[in-house]
Write a protein that binds this ligand. Structure first.
Ligand SMILES: *Cc1c(COP(=O)(O)O)cnc(C)c1O
Length: 476
C-alpha cells in the first residue's frame, strides 16, 4: 500500500465527521454508506493508479484526508442516482411522431382523465349500474364504433400485440397470405415475418417485392388452404416505379370467394380526413371497414394522438373470440391508457376540436405563418439575450412509420456556438435538466418549432441562451 492511502480516513471516521452531518440528515444511512464505499474505492484507485504516489506528495488528490472531499462526492452520487432515467424532453427535431421520443404528446383532457383514474380506484372491471364485475373491454368500445362505424372494438396495449392477437385467434397453426411487398420491418424489432412466427401462424408469401396481383393470392391459396389474408400498410417506406398491389377491395372480394377473413394492419389510424391536414389520401379505419375488411388494426399513439394502445375494429364474432384468447389477457391495456384513449376519442366527436386539442393534429395542421411568427419572436428574444439566432426554413416529417416521403414546410431557428461547435452544443443541450433535442446540420444547431409545443418556446429560449455561450452564463 502506498503511503498516500494511509491518509484516507476510515469509513467510520468519515460518517462521524462534521462534513457528513447534513448528508446523513437528508438521506438514509444505508444509502450514504453505499455511495461512500464507492467514493472511497474511487479515491483508493486513483492513488493506486500512481496519481498520488508517496514519492510525489504534490500528485495526491487534493484534500485526500479531508472529509469534505468525500461528502461532496457522496452528495454528487446521491444527486445523480435521484435523477429519473425517464423524463421529459423538448423535441426540436421536426419529427412529429418520434418513436424514440415517446411518439404522441397527449391532449390536456387525456392527461386529466389518466391522472384521475391513476390517483385512486376506477371502475375498470366493475359495472356501476349493477354493482358487479364488469369488463375492461367495455370501455372505449361504443366510442370507437360511433367514430368509425365498426361493428365491434377491442383495445390492447399496443399495435404489435393487437396484430399478434388477431393472428392467433383467427389463424393459429394455419396459413396466412401476405404480399412479398408488405413483409416490412417497422423498427423496434417489429418484422412481419417474425410477428407471424410468434403468433404461431404459417406465412405464405405471395407475389413479388414490387408487384402483387389478386391472382398471386389465388395461387397462394390454392397450395396452402389459408385461414386469413393479411394486408400490411407499408408505413415507413415507399415503392415507386414498376409497381402493382392488390387493393383492399380486391382482397375483400377474394376473401369472400375463398371464404377467409381479411385483416388490414393499418399501422396508424388517423380518424380525421388526411386532406384536412394537408396530407395525401390514405384509407383510414372507417374507410377500410366500409370497404369490407373483417378486422383493422392500428396504434393508439400514432396519428390518433392518444396513449400507447393497440386498437382492433371489425366483426364482433372475431373480437369476441379474441377476448377469450389467453393472449388477450397477456397484452391487456391498463386503466390509465384506457382513460387517456377515451378522452382523446371524445375530442374526435368534433373534428375542429380534435385538430385544436390533440397535439399531434395541432402540430400537423400548424400554419406556416404561425410557425414563422414563433420563430421570429424566438430569434428576437435570443438576440436580446446576446445569442445570434436566425429564422430558418425547415421541413418536418410525420414520423412513427407514417407518410414516408411526405415533408411539411416548417420554420425554426438556427444558432451557432463558438464553444466547441454545434456538436458540443447539442451535447450540452441533451445534458440539461429538461433536455432539448434538435438537429445538427451545416455546423449549426437547428430547432424545428413545429414539434416544440408552444408553451415550450420560453424553455427553448432559456436553454439556448444559457448553453450557446456556457462560459459567460456560468454553465459548465
Ligand atoms: C407501427 C406499426 C405497428 C406496430 O404498432 P405499435 O403500436 O408500435 O406496436 C404495426 N404495424 C404497422 C404497419 C405499423 O406501422
Amino acid at each position: 500500500m502506498s503511503d498516500a492511502r494511509r491518509l484516507i480516513p476510515s469509513l467510520e471516521r468519515l460518517l462521524e465527521s462534521d462534513a457528513f452531518v447534513g448528508v446523513l440528515e437528508a438521506h438514509p444511512r444505508a444509502l450514504v454508506v453505499q455511495h461512500l464505499r464507492t467514493e472511497l474505492d474511487r479515491v483508493r484507485r486513483e492513488i493506486g493508479d500512481g496519481k498520488g504516489s508517496a514519492v510525489d506528495p504534490g500528485a495526491l488528490p487534493r484534500g485526500v484526508e479531508d472529509p469534505q472531499l468525500y461528502a461532496a462526492g457522496v452528495e454528487e452520487r446521491l444527486r445523480v442516482s435521484a435523477t429519473p432515467s425517464l423524463r421529459a424532453v423538448i423535441n426540436g427535431t421536426g419529427v412529429i411522431l418520434h418513436t424514440n421520443l415517446g411518439r404522441a404528446p397527449l391532449a390536456e383532457s387525456a392527461l386529466d382523465a389518466m391522472a384521475s383514474v391513476a390517483r385512486g380506484y376506477a371502475n375498470l372491471e366493475y359495472d356501476l349500474e349493477v354493482g358487479a364485475r364488469g369488463s375492461r373491454y367495455d370501455h372505449c368500445t361504443a366510442l370507437l364504433r360511433e367514430l368509425t362505424g365498426a361493428g365491434g372494438a377491442l383495445v390492447s396495449n399496443n399495435g404489435a400485440a393487437a396484430l399478434v392477437l388477431a393472428l392467433r385467434t383467427m389463424a393459429f397453426g394455419r396459413a396466412v397470405l401476405v404480399s412479398r411487398g408488405e413483409l416490412v420491418e417497422i423498427g423496434g424489432g417489429f418484422r412481419i415475418p417474425e410477428i407471424l412466427e410468434t403468433a404461431g401462424v404459417v406465412l405464405v408469401e405471395v407475389g413479388s417485392t414490387n408487384r402483387t396481383r389478386p391472382e398471386d393470392y389465388r395461387a397462394g391459396a390454392a397450395k396452402s388452404d389459408p385461414a386469413m389474408i393479411l394486408k400490411v400498410h407499408r408505413s415507413n417506406f415507399r415503392i415507386t416505379g414498376f409497381t402493382e398491389e392488390a387493393s383492399l377491395g380486391e382482397l375483400v372480394g377474394l376473401g369472400a370467394e375463398l371464404g377467409v377473413p381479411v385483416v388490414y394492419d393499418l399501422g396508424s389510424g388517423l380518424l380525421v380526413d388526411p386532406e384536412s391536414l394537408g396530407l395525401p389520401h390514405e384509407p383510414g379505419p372507417a374507410e377500410s371497414l366500409a370497404t369490407g375488411a373483417d378486422i383493422v388494426v392500428f396504434s393508439g399513439d400514432k396519428l390518433l394522438g392518444g396513449p400507447q394502445a393497440g386498437i382492433l375494429l371489425g366483426k364482433p364474432e372475431w373480437l369476441d373470440k379474441m377476448r377469450k384468447d389467453p393472449w388477450c389477457r397477456a397484452v391487456r391495456v391498463d386503466k390509465t391508457a384506457l382513460a387517456g384513449l377515451e378522452a382523446t376519442l371524445q375530442l374526435y366527436r368534433d373534428p375542429e376540436t380534435a385538430l385544436r386539442e390533440i397535439p399531434v393534429l395541432a402540430m400537423l395542421s400548424a400554419g406556416l405563418e404561425e410557425l414563422r411568427e414563433r420563430a421570429e419572436i424566438l430569434a428576437a428574444q435570443l438576440a436580446d439575450a446576446g445569442v445570434p439566432g436566425e429564422v430558418v426554413e425547415m421541413s418536418s416529417v410525420v414520423g412513427g412509420g407514417t407518410y414516408p416521403g411526405v415533408e411539411l414546410e416548417s420554420r425554426g431557428v438556427r444558432v451557432e456556438s463558438a464553444e466547441g461547435g454545434a456538436d458540443r452544443l447539442a451535447d450540452r443541450l441533451r445534458g440539461a435538466s429538461v433536455p432539448l433535442v434538435g438537429r445538427v446540420e451545416d455546423g449549426s444547431f437547428w430547432v424545428d418549432l413545429r414539434t416544440v409545443l408552444p408553451w415550450q418556446d420560453v424553455m427553448v429560449l432559456d436553454l439556448l441562451s444559457r448553453h450557446v455561450k456556457p462560459d459567460e452564463a456560468g454553465v459548465s
